[in-house]
Design a protein around this ligand. Structure first.
Ligand SMILES: Cc1cc2nc3c(=O)[nH]c(=O)nc-3n(C[C@H](O)[C@H](O)[C@H](O)COP(=O)(O)OP(=O)(O)OC[C@H]3O[C@@H](n4cnc5c(N)ncnc54)[C@H](O)[C@@H]3O)c2cc1C
Length: 217
């Protein structure tokens, strides 16, 4: 579906479901948008059937808003890329079987050549652990850390347009920001609805507070 339809669908969901659905569907959506036919066939079915859990790995311990400063590196070695680096605050990190990782492919620093790579933990193991900062509320995303140490992936797992990883990241965050803004609108609407409902129920000085002369909901 197009993004506007997706936003409208999310708006109708229970707010408690919104974040899990947004996060679970995110990596599948990015893979669909950026992937070639082979990558879609290879990775999407297991993500969509939830046999496998995915995550999108952009943020690093030293890199948040400034995506151009990504430090994780991917170096071509024959038919493989070798990835080294670590990622932080990644939703689903500890459960993820498959991740889309943003890494720098320029050999010399100073140039910004970034690309996304698909890493399947089964074939290319990496370390992952949860960062227990947000309690056990299932509505709140579980974030964590990923560490790639000489993680070898087939070179066909480069996803998206070569060298366009920074632009692709901006597009991913632009959509995420729209979704989060929409989520805030949904919560604001719920709060307004609850306040109006309460103002119609609550009685003070012999009348409903919502029916006083100074308050007309
Ligand atoms: C619950 C949760 C889930 C997350 N899930 C993922 C995920 O799945 N994958 C992933 O890759 N990342 C994820 N993140 C990380 C998230 O994308 C980053 O937190 C975000 O990019 C901001 O980076 P930062 O936290 O390092 O903030 P910083 O970059 O340190 O920014 C801190 C503050 O400074 C402001 N700021 C930054 N630069 C400027 C500037 N030039 N001018 C003015 N103000 C500025 C920012 O707006 C912000 O308010 C998640 C974070 C959270 C909290």
């Amino acid at each position: 579906m197009d993004f506007l339809t997706f936003i409208l669908l999310m708006e109708e969901l229970d707010p408690g479901l919104f974040l899990p659905v947004m996060i679970a569907s995110g990596v599948g959506r990015h893979m669909y948008n950026l992937g070639n036919e082979g990558q879609r066939k290879n990775f999407l079915p297991s993500l969509l059937s939830v046999d496998k859990i995915g995550c999108t790995s952009i943020t690093e311990p030293n890199v948040g808003s400034q995506h151009s400063a990504i430090q994780t590196r991917a170096v071509l070695d024959g038919d493989h890329y070798v990835i080294n680096g670590s990622k932080m605050w990644i939703s689903n990190a500890a459960f993820a079987d498959i991740t889309m990782v943003l890494a720098r492919t320029d050999a010399q620093s100073g140039r910004n050549v970034l690309n996304f790579f698909i890493v399947d933990k089964k074939d290319s193991p990496f370390d992952a652990k949860a960062t227990p900062i947000l309690g056990d509320d299932p509505r709140i995303p579980h974030v964590g850390e990923l560490v790639f140490e000489d993680c070898r992936i087939p070179k066909e797992n480069l996803i998206g347009l070569p060298g366009k990883g920074l632009m692709e990241t901006m597009a991913i965050f632009q959509k995420a920001r729209c979704l989060l803004a929409m989520n805030s609108v949904v919560y604001a609407q719920r709060a307004l609805d609850a306040a109006i409902r309460y103002a119609k129920e609550r009685t003070q000085f012999g009348k409903r507070i919502g029916h006083s002369s100074s308050f007309k909901p």
